[in-house]
Design a protein around this ligand. Structure first.
Ligand code: PEP
Ligand code: MG
Length: 919
């Protein structure tokens, strides 16, 4: 690879000129010219005025890196030719005493890496050229100010950082020069840099030069060409600077891309009151409205706009804010220039067919565009722009769908913390983003407290080491859930996601003492009742209360339109994982086309049924179990009736009991006592039973279909409840399509056993209830299928499909068993695996296509080899993850099933998969 780059860098064109309505490059050449260079070339071709210059390619960067800082032969000559063209356009010369030209030298990678690499401005200023520039600009102070800025920037970026010098904390050359400047201001008794006059700045230039020599043992270079090549090398070197390397690691940007370098004529927005500089977006990036939006400063440099020292002015009336409403806009101040800018806006949008983020400078009444790039936007704006641009004929429906990242819909579906408040808020800790959206509440440490405080009208955040099914009432009552332990498929994460509740798990910095009702985090102590704010989309915990922005997707016409386009294009059906009528209703409103998983165990935790469940588990014999199950039957039937009614006309997959039984038993002394009293047995009997059910590896123990095989009466009761409910609502005219799903099957024989039991029970119920015949008494149709969540099931899927009418991939367990990572304990090592890049992504969140995915693909193929019309879906957490949904589309699944709040995300992701895989 390195060899190839070397060869091409020494033979190919390495310098691309742009300016005066011409350019050697274009927007498609981002790999070679970087995003900035490619777009500068494109703007120039479009006849938009950019300060002329040239781009040195990314291949030169790679060559420079591979050869320890050498340049390919002939590069300087190529650059010189381009530089001469620039001089001609500008009617000025680099290094000339009378009419000098100055350059900026900036980085520009293929993708934007904001602030991660270096730039040097004002290259070409020295003792010889400064008088010429003073004469030209008619402003001596401006020139000396530029000169002292050059020395500061150059000594820092080129002479120190690029030279590999690592000064002690606070002793960097930039800080030392800043302290010289501060000394001068103190001596004069002034505060602002602008209060230093020409003589001060002249003195400062000399002081700076001396200091540079003293600290770095080298003279500040006076030769403009030394300055230029020093700066170019430093920018190339900054590709391997600490910040840039760290950023690339986080953003998964390959190290061998390299950066291009843009050498461009300096234009000054600070040459007086006919000069200005600003930034703008071709549409409002916060709302997506088709309004030109931006701000600027008169007589200022680009960095002043961002630095926030002066209040920027709005470019037009619609951009005015509270802070800028009293200041004149660019449109009011310089109407002709504003008109030019507005024209450029239209030209850029029509050309790029997307919202652009632009930078401009006005020098002496002349407008220059410095940059254009596709602008970043929030979710709401992304949806609006995509739909508007499609309706304005700029893009197709397919493109509109590809413009919105599925994750961006989260912002429309959940309340969010106010992003402006987040900027200035104190971050307490970070964890895994398990449930999206924002929430604010007072800390409570137990589920009972959460419940009680919420009933008293308070907003609470339930903070625990980890949650268990016993905490569900408190979790429901809380605004958000925060846990110190657990991963993305931990109990807290699953439950919260199902409800669309904000949740952060695995927040390791929390040290919780639930008994003392206090937690410590990064040296801070927080007590019960203290307020915190959570960003569950990013996994950040803040101290205090931040503003919350409400969500109301139903009122968003753009969102609804985009989703209707997505529905027409997608091939996958979208179902939901829901355990109760409320969640089912929410999911249906979000567009779910059925239920892909009802986890029946969640129904047994309600206060009215946990006792009967425990009696069933504690019973000594079948008769005892049957007695307890009889109590559960009507309750379970009622649950199903509720769900069937909500899902009228849509399929509902119901899974028989899955978790190990001991999860239902009381673990603490007090509840064991209560249990003993209820059942009329001794506490010791209860304790002994709890003990006897204890397993070393419960997730690999007595759970799933193994329970139904040992205790057939459990499966029988559940099937009876399902079919009775189905017969009941059928008689009321509801259309039911129940699908009975057997979990954790590894062999055909296991499924055969449970299937026979299910079919016998169902037929018995149908015969008894008389749900045969026509009309409202029509025979209830049902399917019996299985989950594929054990590797052996995927491998023997052809055999299993002989007795399964459908497959649903349980990729949570399948991931656990394929990797051999415990779902509940992986949080202890997965963060290291991710930061060390041992794994590319959290495998419980994004399906591991290379490994687990192979089993899924094989399972589908083998399953369909013996049953061609086998219906296949997924109900693990991956069913709501866009990348995994793309995979599900490619392997030919019929549907994905995910938590209710992820249904819209899945609809969009499925449409994107259909579009992208057609390309
Ligand atoms: C699975 O294993 O993917 C699944 C959906 O089941 P559960 O998470 O309930 O084990
Ligand atoms: Mg499972």
């Amino acid at each position: 690879m390195a060899k190839k780059v070397k060869a091409s860098a020494s033979s190919a064109k390495r310098v691309y000129f742009f300016g005066d309505g011409k350019a050697e490059g274009n927007a498609k050449m981002k790999e070679l010219l970087g995003g900035k260079g490619a777009n500068l070339a494109e703007m120039s071709r479009l006849g938009i005025r950019v300060p002329p210059g040239f781009t040195v390619t990314t291949e030169v960067c790679t060559y420079f890196m591979n050869t320890n800082g050498k340049y390919p032969k002939g590069l300087k000559e190529e650059a010189e030719t381009a530089l001469k063209k620039v001089e001609k356009i500008m009617g000025a010369r680099f290094g000339d005493a009378q009419n000098p030209l100055l350059f900026s030298v900036r980085s520009g990678a293929r993708v934007s890496m904001p602030g991660m690499m270096e730039s040097v401005l004002n290259i070409g200023l020295n003792e010889t050229t400064s008088p010429g520039l003073i004469a030209k600009a008619g402003n001596e102070r401006f020139v000396y100010d530029a000169y002292r800025r050059l020395i500061m920037m150059y000594s820092d970026v080129v002479m120190e950082k690029a030279a590999g010098i690592e000064p002690k904390e606070g002793m960097g050359i930039r800080q030392q020069l800043e302290s010289q400047m501060r000394k001068m201001k103190d001596a004069k008794g002034v505060k602002d840099d602008t209060e230093l006059d020409v003589d001060d700045l002249k003195k400062l230039v000399n002081i700076f030069k001396k200091k540079v020599k003293q600290v770095l043992k080298k003279d500040f270079p006076d030769d403009p060409y030394d300055q230029l090549w020093g700066a170019i090398s430093a920018v190339f070197q900054s590709w391997n600077g600490k910040r840039a390397v760290a950023y690339r690691r986080i953003e998964n940007i390959p190290n061998d891309w390299g950066t291009a370098v843009n050498v461009q004529t300096m234009v000054f927005g600070n040459m007086g009151n006919d000069s200005a500089t600003g930034v703008a977006f071709t549409r409002d990036p916060a709302t997506g409205e088709d309004k030109f939006y931006g701000e600027f400063l008169v007589n200022a440099q680009g960095e002043d706009v961002v630095a926030g020292i002066r209040t920027p002015q709005a470019i037009n009336a619609v951009s005015k804010t509270e802070a800028s409403k009293h200041l004149p806009s660019l449109e009011e101040l310089m109407p002709a220039l504003y008109k030019q800018l507005a024209k450029i806006r239209t030209k850029l949008e029509e050309h790029y067919r997307d919202m652009q983020d632009i930078e401009f400078t006005i020098q002496d009444g002349k407008l220059f565009m410095l940059q254009t790039r596709v602008g970043k936007r929030n979710g709401t704006a992304a949806v609006r722009m995509a739909v508007d641009m499609c309706e304005q004929g700029l893009i197709s429906k397919e493109e509109a769908i590809l413009r919105v990242k599925p994750e961006q819909l989260d912002e429309l579906l959940h309340p969010m913390l106010d992003p402006r408040a987040e900027k200035s808020a104190e971050k307490l800790a970070g964890g895994l983003p398990a449930g999206p959206g924002g929430a604010i509440g007072q800390i409570v440490f137990t589920a009972d407290d959460a419940d009680a405080w919420a009933k008293a009208g308070k907003k609470v955040v339930l903070v625990r080491d980890e949650t268990s099914p016993e905490d569900v009432h408190g979790m429901r009552a809380a605004q958000a859930i925060l846990t110190a332990k657990g991963g993305m498929t931990s109990h807290a994460a699953l439950v919260a996601r199902g409800w669309g509740k904000c949740c952060i798990v695995g927040c390791g910095a929390l040290n919780i003492s639930a008994a003392k009702k206090v937690l410590s985090v990064n040296g801070r102590k927080l007590h019960e009742g203290d307020w915190i704010s959570l960003n569950g989309t990013k996994g950040i915990v803040y101290d205090g209360t931040l503003g919350l922005l409400p969500a109301d997707p139903e009122k968003n016409v753009h969102y609804k339109k985009l989703m209707s386009w997505a529905d027409k294009l997608r091939k996958l059906n979208i179902r939901t994982n829901a355990d109760n009528p409320k969640d089912a209703r929410a999911a249906r409103n979000f567009g779910a086309e059925g239920i892909g998983l009802t986890r029946t165990e969640h129904m047994f935790f309600g206060p009215d049924r946990i006792a009967a469940m425990r009696q069933m588990i504690l019973a000594d014999d079948e008769a005892g179990r049957k007695k307890a199950l009889k109590k559960l039957l009507p309750l379970q039937r009622r649950d199903f009736i509720g769900i069937f009614k909500v899902m009228d006309g849509l399929p509902v997959t119901i899974r028989t009991l899955d978790p190990p039984l001991h999860e239902f038993l009381p673990n603490d002394e007090a509840s064991q006592k209560e249990m003993a009293e209820q059942m009329g047995v001794s506490v010791d009997t209860i304790k002994a039973k709890v003990q006897s059910l204890h397993e070393l590896n419960p997730m690999l123990g007595h759970r799933g279909c193994r329970l139904g095989i040992t205790y057939p009466e459990i499966t029988a009761m559940q099937v009876q409840a399902i079919i009775e409910a189905a017969c009941h609502v059928t008689k009321q005219g509801v259309k039911v399509l129940p699908e009975i799903m057997i979990p954790l099957v590894g062999t055909k024989a296991e499924l055969e056993d449970q299937r026979k039991l299910a079919v016998d029970t169902a037929e018995m119920v149908i015969n008894k209830t008389g749900a045969r015949g026509t009309g409202h008494g029509a025979r209830v149709k049902y399917l019996v299928g299985t989950m594929i969540e054990i590797p052996r099931a995927a491998i023997t899927a052809d055999q299993i499909a002989e007795v399964a009418e459908f497959f649903s991939f349980g990729t949570n367990d399948l991931t656990q068993m394929t990797f051999g990572y415990s779902r509940d304990d992986a949080g202890t090592f997965l963060p290291d695996y991710l930061s060390k890049k041992i794994l590319p992504a959290e495998p419980f969140q994004t399906l591991d296509q290379e490994g687990v995915g192979q089993l899924v693909d094989m399972g589908i193929r083998r399953g369909r080899s013996s049953r061609p019309d086998l219906k296949v879906g997924i109900c693990g957490e991956h069913g709501g993850d866009p990348k995994s949904i793309d995979f599900c589309h490619r392997v030919g699944m019929n549907y994905v099933s995910c938590s209710p709040f992820r249904v819209p995300i899945a609809r969009l992701a499925a449409a994107r998969a259909a579009i992208e895989n057609k390309k």
